[in-house]
Design a protein around this ligand. Structure first.
Ligand code: ADP
Ligand code: MG
Length: 379
C-alpha cells in the first residue's frame, strides 16, 4: 500500500500549526526517533523545524547524517537526497544543560566580573548539573530560546526521561524556588560582621543542600549566593516566560509509548497530569505496534482456517492460522492501548509499526513518517 501522507493523522496535524511540540514518554519507547520524525515531516510540509534531543542518541546522529554527532547548537540537516521532496528545512541539536545554564547566567549578570565569579564557583558547577529538575529546566529554556529564533518556526523537543511530566512543566519554577529558599535569605541578610553567621536554625537546610551537592562544596554556596545577588528577579521573570510558553495554545504535547502495560501506564499517567494542568494530550503515539492484518478479526481468520482445512487446502489453512495469530497480537495490543486512547481521545492515537530494520539514515526516518502520517485510525 502506498502511504497516503494526507490521511487523517491522529491529531498530528499540529505539526502544521503548532510552534512547539513536546514529546513525552518513558525511556526506550522511541521518543527521540519520534521527535526527529515529526521534525522531518514538518520540514516536508514546508516548515522550518528544529529538533532538540536530550540524549546523545548516536544512532539518531547517524540517521540525520551527522558523523560527528549532534552539536549543542542547531545544525542544518541535509535532506536533499531522501526519497521525497522536502520544501522546508530541518535542523537538529542536542541539549547542553551546563552551557544553557551558563548562557542564562551571562544574560542576567550585571557585568563580566559577576559572570566569572558564578561560572568559576564550585557550588554553581554542581547545581548546574545536579539540582533536581535542572535538565528539565534547561530543556525548557532552550525551547524558549529556539522559539524566539527567526530561523525556525517549529521547535520539537524530546524531553528528558523523567518519570514525571510535571518535572518539565514545573522545572522553571524550581530554581526560582531555590533562590527563594530561606537559606538564601538568611545568607544574604547583612549583619554587622558582613555575612551572617550560619546559626543552628539553618542546619537542617544545610544538610538538605549538602545532600544534593555534597557537603564539601557547601562553603562555596555562600560565595555563590553572594555572586548571584541581584540576578534572581531576571531569572524568575525568564522562568515565568518559559512556563507561559509551555502552557501556550501554540504548544502541543505528544505522548509516546510502546504497546505494553508498563509504558502505556506511564503514558496514561503523563496524560492525566497534562490534563490536570490544563494543557492536555494533543496526540498519542504507540510505537513498535503490531499492525492490523487486513480487515476482520482473529476469530474470523480462524474460521477461514477451519474452512480451508475442511477443503483439505492445508497451505491456505496454515496461512489463515498465521493471520489469526497476527490479528490476535494486534487485538491484544489494542486492549493494552485502550486506556491511552481513552485519555488522548479516539482520533488522537496513532500506531507505529516496528520496522524490520534499524533506522540508520534519513530514509529510515522518512519511512516511519510515512507510516505515522498514513494512519487510518478506525480500529
Ligand atoms: N518503530 C521502530 N522500528 C524499528 N526501530 C525503532 C522504532 N522506533 C525506534 N527504533 C529504534 O529503537 C532505538 C531506540 O529509540 P529511541 O528513539 O532512541 O528511544 P527513546 O528516545 O525513547 O529512548 C533506536 O535505535 C531507534 O532507531
Ligand atoms: Mg531518547
Amino acid at each position: 500500500m502506498m502511504p497516503n501522507r494526507d490521511a487523517a493523522d491522529a491529531g498530528l496535524d499540529v505539526i502544521d500549526s503548532s510552534s512547539v511540540i513536546i514529546c513525552c514518554g518513558s525511556g526506550g519507547v522511541g521518543k527521540t526517533t519520534t521527535a526527529a520524525v515529526l521534525g522531518l515531516e514538518a520540514a516536508r510540509r514546508g516548515r522550518r523545524a528544529v529538533v532538540v534531543t536530550i540524549d546523545p542518541a548516536r544512532r539518531l546522529a547517524d540517521a540525520l547524517g551527522l558523523p560527528d554527532g549532534l552539536a549543542s547548537t542547531p545544525q542544518r540537516i541535509d535532506v536533499d537526497h531522501i526519497s521525497g521532496p522536502v520544501s522546508g528545512e530541518l535542523s537538529a541539536m542536542m541539549l547542553d544543560t551546563a552551557a544553557t545554564f551558563d548562557g542564562l547566567v551571562k544574560r542576567h549578570a550585571d557585568n563580566q566580573d559577576q559572570v566569572e565569579r558564578i561560572l568559576n564557583n564550585a557550588f554553581y558547577r554542581n547545581i548546574a548539573g545536579a539540582l533536581s529538575g535542572t535538565q528539565e529546566y534547561m530543556a525548557a529554556e532552550t525551547l524558549h530560546e529556539l522559539h524566539g529564533d527567526d530561523r525556525f518556526d517549529l521547535v520539537v523537543v524530546d524531553t528528558p526521561p523523567s518519570r514525571n511530566a510535571l518535572d518539565f512543566l514545573e522545572a522553571p519554577g524550581v530554581l526560582a524556588r531555590f533562590l527563594d529558599h530561606r537559606l538564601f535569605r538568611l545568607l544574604m541578610l547583612p549583619t554587622r560582621g558582613g555575612l551572617k553567621v550560619i546559626g543552628t536554625a539553618t542546619q537542617p537546610l544545610l544538610k538538605a543542600i549538602g545532600k544534593v551537592v555534597g557537603s564539601e562544596v557547601l562553603a562555596d554556596s555562600v560565595a555563590f549566593f553572594q555572586a548571584f545577588a541581584g540576578m534572581e528577579a531576571g531569572f524568575r521573570e525568564r522562568a515565568d516566560e518559559v512556563v507561559a510558553l509551555i502552557r501556550a495554545p501554540e504548544t502541543s504535547f505528544v505522548v509516546v509509548a510502546s504497546p505494553r502495560h508498563d509504558t502505556i501506564g506511564e503514558a496514561v499517567w503523563f496524560g492525566e497530569q497534562l490534563v490536570e494542568q490544563g494543557v492536555g494530550v494533543t496526540s498519542a503515539i504507540v510505537n513498535r505496534a503490531h499492525p492490523a492484518f487486513g480487515e476482520g478479526s482473529a476469530a474470523e481468520a480462524l474460521v477461514s482456517a477451519d474452512e480451508a482445512r475442511e477443503r483439505a487446502d492445508d497451505v491456505l489453512s496454515a496461512l489463515w492460522a498465521n493471520v489469526a495469530e497476527l490479528r490476535t497480537m494486534h487485538e491484544a495490543e489494542l486492549e493494552v492501548i485502550a486506556p491511552l486512547r481513552e485519555i488522548a481521545g479516539k482520533d488522537r492515537l496513532a500506531l507505529l509499526p516496528l520496522l524490520d530494520r534499524d533506522i540508520h539514515d534519513l530514509d529510515g526516518l522518512w519511512t516511519i513518517a510515512g507510516h505515522l502520517f498514513a494512519q487510518n485510525n478506525d480500529h
